[in-house]
Write a protein that binds this ligand. Structure first.
Ligand SMILES: [Zn+2]
Length: 377
């Protein structure tokens, strides 16, 4: 049997069915060193065990026939966060999520977004979710003498914390070029937590809300409460929340044109100015590299045609890109391709893979709310 055939035989529904029928036991899984044996057993009970919802269970199996065990595991992880009292039951949503396709990472993000959409319709959703806030861990020391904390808070609060730490981290990195982003953020978190905001720490960057003009008008009239908008820090907000938070706490990018006159700087200045950064952030919401989740507020302005190659600092030649994808971009078009490059195509910035394959985009669900997606809708 080839490896490919072995992996194909390991599709979730095949394995879970055999666990359910007893053809594969928990002892077999343990003996073969399967780490997730316990999880597979639980999944097999969900997809093959007795239930009052037999039709929906069969529909989920049919929809998910092609899925891997990892994909089914992430679907169930997100289904556990579905709040009760909404328009769909967990069994109904399972069928929908089992119809998702793509890499496990794609399914992970799409499933999170679908469950989030459904949870928004639940009464007191924010209050119910807020009950899940936590600071966990910090008790186990690893081989290096380090400990790890995991902080769970509403996305807005986490984005606020990162925006508060970022300027301190950037100051530290400016002072010590050897610091990585993660190290500098770790130092900043320690300094802010232990001693409060360090003296002279710069104010955090204000995230901007991205909306089309008709929606902007509706929000000003206090209509469109249910409409969901993206913020340039990679979080989302509803029209109602925006009004409740008095709009003033968030910047607004109300106008957007893909070709905006008056801000072309041509070769005057290498660094994108503030207005350009705002428009670029609204355009993309996240780094445009496929599967990247870095929000635009943490990205750098990237020259699509490199400055060294004569690329200009104007809207058409710029895109936001995270540090990693900015650094990994093949800036020199004459050198052999290594990581591929970002390029502006009609409809937005795409990634051209190094093997010459078709252009790929970042299909993260929140990017459907980006300025470019809104004007192309
Ligand atoms: Zn990126």
């Amino acid at each position: 049997m080839t490896t490919i055939a072995a992996l194909e035989a390991l599709r979730a529904m095949t394995v879970l069915g055999e666990i359910s029928s007893g053809a594969v036991t928990r002892a077999d899984l343990d003996r073969l060193g399967v780490r997730d044996g316990r999880l597979w057993q639980k999944l097999s009970a969900i997809y093959f065990g007795s239930t009052r919802q037999r039709k929906l269970q069969a529909a989920a199996r049919a929809a998910g026939a092609e899925l891997s065990l990892d994909a089914v595991a992430v679907i169930e992880k997100h289904l556990r966060t579905l709040l009760s009292g909404g328009a769909v039951t967990v069994e109904e949503l399972r069928v929908e999520l089992c119809g998702l396709r793509g890499t496990v990472a794609d399914i992970d993000r799409a499933a999170a977004a679908r469950v989030r959409d459904h949870n928004r319709s639940v009464q007191d959703a924010a209050a119910k979710a807020y009950g899940k806030r936590a600071l966990r861990g910090g008790k186990n020391t690893d081989g290096l003498g380090m400990r790890t904390l995991t902080l769970t808070l509403p996305e807005r609060q986490i984005a606020e914390i990162i925006a508060t730490l970022l300027p301190t981290a950037e100051q530290e990195r400016a002072a010590d070029k050897a610091l990585t982003y993660e190290q500098a953020m770790g130092d900043a978190a320690y300094r802010h937590l232990v001693s409060g905001s360090p003296d002279g720490s710069p104010p955090p960057m204000i995230p901007h809300v991205v909306m089309a003009l008709p929606d902007y008008a509706a929000v000003l009239r206090q209509e469109g409460d249910e409409t969901i908008f993206a913020l340039t820090d990679g979080t989302t907000i509803t029209g109602q929340e925006l009004v409740e938070q008095e709009m003033s706490t968030h910047g607004l990018v109300g106008l957007y044109s893909p070709v905006t006159g008056g801000i072309n700087l041509y070769r005057d200045e290498r660094c994108a100015n503030w207005k350009q950064r705002m428009l670029l952030a609204a355009e993309t919401i996240l780094c445009p590299a496929p599967e990247c989740t870095t929000p635009a507020t943490q990205c750098q302005a990237h020259h699509l045609i490199a400055w060294a190659e004569g690329g200009e600092t104007n809207q058409a030649n710029l895109s936001m890109a995270c540090r990693v994808h900015n650094a990994r971009n093949d800036d020199n078009p004459h050198a052999p391709p290594r990581h591929g490059r970002l390029e502006r195509h009609p409809g937005g910035v795409v990634h051209l893979p190094p093997d010459g394959g078709p252009p790929r985009t970042n299909i993260h669900p929140i990017r459907q709310l980006s300025a470019l997606a809104l004007i192309n809708a």
